[in-house]
Every structure is written in C-alpha cells, then in structure tokens.
Design a protein around this ligand. Structure first.
Ligand code: ATP
Ligand code: MG
Length: 417
C-alpha cells in the first residue's frame, strides 16, 4: 500500500494533460480525495501554528488541483459542486491564494503568440506546487522593523545597506566590478542580533526576501527537501532582486562527515550547486545571506561561497547602554545615568538577548512586591536600581569567555576585516 507521503507526492505531481484519458483523471481525483481527507484528519492532531498553516496551504493547493482535475472529466458524470463541499469540515474556511486558484489552462492561454516565453514565465507565478509553496511559506513579508530597533552593530548595518539596499535601489550603478557580493555570512555568539539584522533587512529593502531554516526543510509533507531547495532558487531568480536568508545555516550545511544521513547529504549538495548558480550568473540579482553561531561546523565549501563574513560580536559598552535605555523607555523607572553606567559595567559578557532578559526580569521585580490589592488598583512601584541588582543574580551571561575566544580566533582566520 502506498504511504501517505507517497500519496501526497503523487497528488502534487498531477498536471492537467489534455491527452490523458478519462480513466487517468478519475484515478487522480480519487488520490486527491484520499490525500485531502488524510490531511484534514491530521489537522486535528497538529498543535503547532506553523504546521497548521503549512497543512492548510497544502490542502488549499490540493483542493484547487482537484478542481482542475475534475474539470477534465465528463461533465455529465461529474457534479458541478465545488469539491470543497464534499469535505464537510469546520476548517474549510481556507483561503485559496489567488495564484493557486487560476488554472494552468488559463495560464497557457494567456501566453499569447507574440509574448516572449521568458517574459511570461517571469510575470506568471508558477504551476509547480513546490514553487507555489515557497511563495506562500518562505517568502517573508513579515512585520515592519527599522535599523534603529537594533542597538549597535553599525558596521554590519552599513555593510548590509551597501550590499543589499543600495543595489536594489540603484541597480544600474552597482554593476560590473561594483556588483554587490553574492554571499554574506553573519556569525557570532548566540543572541547578538543576527536574525534581527536579517528581519530588519527584510522590511527595509525592496528586494524579495526568502527566509529558510532547517525546520522549513524538514516538513514531512515536502517529500524530498532538495526539490524544495531547487524550487527556492528558481523562485528567487524569477523574483529578483531577491535575498535568500538561511538562518542557523550550520544545521543545514554542516561539514559533510561520514555516516551522515543520505537525505541531508543530498540537500547540502543541492544547496552548493544552487549557490554556485547564483554566484556564477553575473546578471542575476540574488544575494545569499546566512547566519550561524557555530561557524566551526560549516563545511569549507560553504564558507568559500560566502565571500563576506561579518563578525556579530557581543555588545560593547555603548551598545549595552543603548539597549538598556531602549528597554527602560518602555517602563516607568527611577534609574539615574550613573545607575545605568554601573549596570553597563556589570554586564560585560551579556549578549543582546541576555540584556533583554535582564531588563524583563528587573521589570518583574516591582510586581513581585505588589499585593493583590495594589495590582487591582494598578499601584506598582517604579523599577529601580535595586530591581536590576536582584535581576543580575538571576540572569547570568550565556556566553562563556572561552567560547568568545574561539569566535575571535575564527574571525581572525576567516572573517572580513
Ligand atoms: N543588537 C541588538 N539590539 C536589540 N536587541 C537585540 C540585539 N541583539 C539581540 N537582541 C535581543 O535578543 C533577541 C535575540 O536576537 P537574535 O534572534 O537576533 O539573536 P541571534 O544572533 O540570531 O541568536 P542565535 O545565534 O542564537 O540565533 C532579540 O529578539 C532581541 O530582543
Ligand atoms: Mg538567530
């Protein structure tokens, strides 16, 4: 018996072919019914919001494919009701994305004889289900975020501005030897703002932003992840200028050792091939950005593909001060300048995320002192230096001096000066 994944694969590979016999369509339609039913059932057992969304997207895509399949059947034999009505399911309010709901036949007709194929390929979204998935899942259209929301990291911001934002605004200037680098690696201790930088970049730049992480590659519905990787780069090229951001790149592209899983080896190889495609094509305006806190685990072939490697260090004194002040601006407090300076001195090895946690902990202190009566009346003491003194014992730095030494060493060996 075919496994669920096989069935899903089979359904995803369905393409309308006017030459196919009625029998073929009937068979395909049955597969669709079966797979959609299974997916609806699985929805009941999934708790994670992200997984629910992925499954819904897949269902809506399959429903639409099934509808196209049905339209090829003899109209006398098949009913004219939409297929979605067969599934009396409470979660049938799924929005079918616009590009999915236009049938391939319509698209083929739209390609008029005088329109060059290349152009129409560019402007029309894809029929390929994996590419369609990428357009809904990996294409990041997330919340707006500004550079100012990130404290410090002036060098990294300036570099990203020059390599991504300016070239997408003035493509004619950034050509030839002025062309931006094709790969940027952000590395450094955990919690220093690498992912944050990419998020800000996504909302600041007009380039199309694709965000991929190990988890988006391991979804059980995707089948072979390397196909997804290939599709990702195809869509990125079609929508250029674009940025492909690979977060936690070490978990996807770590050194290819012995005994590693065949599937992950294939994904890695596909990535390397696709990255070369991006690097080699002079005119393609696709830039790769990757982030990692374990640069030592990267395959050397991967390191080579990111010519710019930027060290995202722990925050220095000025950055720590800025970060703490930024957090304090959200809560009523009575800390003086010199109080803040003292905290800055005492947080030498704290990362940005440690500092955010410290401020959060300190902000909780006055709440712990409040009685129920106080809380009801909304009487809460101001945050004070004392709150921080207590919080400093609870929230400790998460980066050790020895690991910091290691990053500095890796930076002096591989990092961009
Ligand atoms: N420079 C910074 N400015 C403001 N907030 C920061 C900064 N660095 C870290 N933070 C805080 O730390 C949190 C985690 O940051 P982020 O996810 O970017 O870290 P990261 O470098 O990607 O870490 P990891 O390597 O573990 O993925 C942010 O949500 C933010 O609250
Ligand atoms: Mg991160």
């Amino acid at each position: 018996m075919a496994s669920v994944n096989d069935l899903i694969d089979q359904a995803l590979q369905f393409k309308c072919n006017p030459k196919s016999a009625q029998y073929e369509y009937n068979k395909a339609l049955n597969t669709f019914y079966e797979v959609i039913q299974i997916l609806f059932e699985s929805l009941k057992q999934i708790n994670e919001q992200n997984e629910i969304q992925k499954t819904k997207t897949l269902i809506s895509h399959l429903l639409n494919q099934a509808e196209q399949c049905k339209s090829q059947l003899n109209p006398i034999k098949s009913s004219s009701d939409p297929i979605s009505q067969i599934f009396h399911h409470p979660i049938i309010d799924i929005q079918i994305p616009q590009y999915i709901s236009s049938s391939p036949q319509v698209k083929i007709n739209k390609q008029t004889q005088n329109e060059p194929i290349e152009k129409s390929k560019k402007s029309n979204p894809s029929d390929d289900p994996l590419e369609a998935m990428i357009e809904t899942e990996i294409l990041d259209t997330s919340q707006s975020m500004k550079w100012e929301d990130i404290s410090g990291l002036a060098n990294a911001k300036a570099m990203l501005h020059e390599a991504v934002i300016l070239p997408s605004q003035y493509p004619n200037i950034f050509t030839g030897i002025r062309a931006p680098p094709k790969g940027i690696l952000l590395f450094g201790p955990p919690g220093t703002g690498k992912t944050l930088l990419a998020k800000a970049l996504a909302s600041q730049s007009s380039a199309c932003f694709f965000s991929i992480s190990a988890s988006s590659l391991t979804s059980k519905f995707y089948g072979e992840a390397e196909k997804l990787v290939r599709a990702l780069f195809t869509v990125a090229k079609r929508k250029q200028p674009s940025v492909v951001f690979i977060d936690e790149v070490d978990s996807i592209l770590s050194s290819r050792g012995q005994g590693e899983h065949e599937a992950s080896r294939r994904v890695k190889t596909e990535f390397l091939v696709q990255m070369d495609g991006v690097r080699g094509a002079g005119d393609d305006r696709v830039i790769l950005i990757a982030a990692t806190n374990r640069p030592q685990e990267l395959d050397e072939a991967v390191i080579r593909r990111f010519p710019k490697r930027v060290y995202i260090d722990l925050p220095n004194e000025d950055t720590r001060e800025d970060l703490i002040k930024h957090q304090l601006s959200k809560v009523s407090n009575n800390l003086s300048e010199s109080n803040i300076k003292t905290i800055v001195q005492q947080t030498r090895l704290y990362s940005g995320s440690d500092l955010a946690a410290l401020c959060k902990e300190a902000a909780m202190e006055p709440l712990r002192k409040a009685t129920n009566e106080d809380l009801k009346k909304g009487i809460i003491q101001e945050m004070s230096f004392e709150s921080f003194r207590i919080a400093l014992n609870v929230i400790r730095p998460s980066v050790s001096p020895s690991s910091l030494e290691f990053y500095t060493e890796w930076n002096s060996q591989f990092g961009s000066k």
